[in-house]
Design a protein around this ligand. Structure first.
Ligand code: CUA
Length: 301
């Protein structure tokens, strides 16, 4: 995985730094010993030339070349899916099968398969992530797979990742982006190619849970102005797509476990659960309507 190479780079840099530190400390200790005699002018000049110019140039150039040689691997051609990921205050917009542009632009054009806050990747494939942002700079970071790569308004950063171990990985926004920065989490699930294909097909389908009082309450209270539930009239693009909300493990970009109780809590006490969030609290809604909405959303697998 890319994180292994970053780790390798870290150890090489650390070993180099420790060796240089020991060398410099050795010279310092030697020079302060009373029996050490000053060098002649000629020997002093030679020492400065070799120790002060040649040695740093060689060592730093070697480390630079070593580091630069790793960089193309993060930009190498992909053979896996192309997924657009948009960092937005304070959640992650995800588009599978995206033609190119990340985030809001894709959402507005209706291309790709929208999801949020959870990214599935096929194992042992080089997946291409296109990273963007509509508001401020965020940074996409999954420490055990790859990163950090900034998501920058007005540009697309490309990151190729090849996860080699199945499993669940935690991701986080690594660039301060506002009050709820620390609560801008996400999950990455590395699965087999078959599971990945099934997941994208499931995400692409509209919801089949239509006959539910929660759907009526959701629509009556205008939730669809910001959120889309494909298959219904709710088609808002401001907030996360909720079509298959309950298939995700967490709620509110990684801050709560996914279940109807927490959905109800999050809708009613949004600003309390996630200070700084852009969504207002809907504590004014009647309790039975909140409960119905939460139960409906909790059934959207
Ligand atoms: Cu987004 Cu910090």
């Amino acid at each position: 995985m890319e994180s292994d190479r970053v780790l390798g780079l870290f150890w090489v840099m650390l070993a180099g730094a420790v060796a240089i530190w020991l060398f410099v400390m050795g010279i310092s200790v030697y020079a302060t010993r009373s029996e050490s005699r000053p060098l002649s002018d000629k020997a002093g000049q030679r020492f400065i030339l070799w120790g002060g110019v040649a040695f740093p140039v060689v060592v730093l150039t070697a480390l630079l070349v070593f580091g630069l040689r790793l960089m193309p691997e993060f930009r190498a051609p992909a053979d896996g899916p192309r997924i657009a990921v948009s960092g937005e205050r304070f959640w992650w917009r995800v588009h599978y099968n995206t033609p190119d542009t990340p985030g809001v632009a894709k959402a507005l054009s209706g291309e790709g398969v929208p999801s949020a806050n959870e990214i599935w990747l096929p194992v042992n494939r080089r997946s291409e992530l296109l990273l963007g942002s509509p508001d401020v700079i965020h940074s996409f970071w999954v420490p055990n797979i790859a990163g950090k790569t900034d998501t920058i308004p007005g540009r697309i950063n490309r990151l190729v990742v090849e996860p080699t171990k199945l499993g669940l990985y935690n991701g986080i926004c690594a660039e301060f982006c506002g009050t709820a920065h620390a609560q801008m989490l996400f999950r990455v699930r590395v699965v087999s190619q078959e599971e990945f294909d099934a997941k994208v097909a499931a995400e692409a389908a509209p919801t089949s849970v239509l006959d539910h009082p929660g759907r009526i309450a959701f629509e009556r209270n205008g939730c669809g102005a910001c959120h889309a539930v494909r298959g219904t009239d709710s088609a808002g693009l401001v907030g996360p797509d909720l079509t298959h909300l309950a298939s995700r493990q967490t709620l509110g970009a990684g801050i709560l476990d996914m279940n109807p109780d927490n959905i109800m809590r999050f809708v009613a006490l949004t600003e309390h659960e996630k200070p700084g969030v852009e969504m207002p609290s809907f504590s004014m809604l009647p309790r039975d309507e909140l409960r119905q909405i939460a139960e409906w959303l909790g059934a959207l697998k």
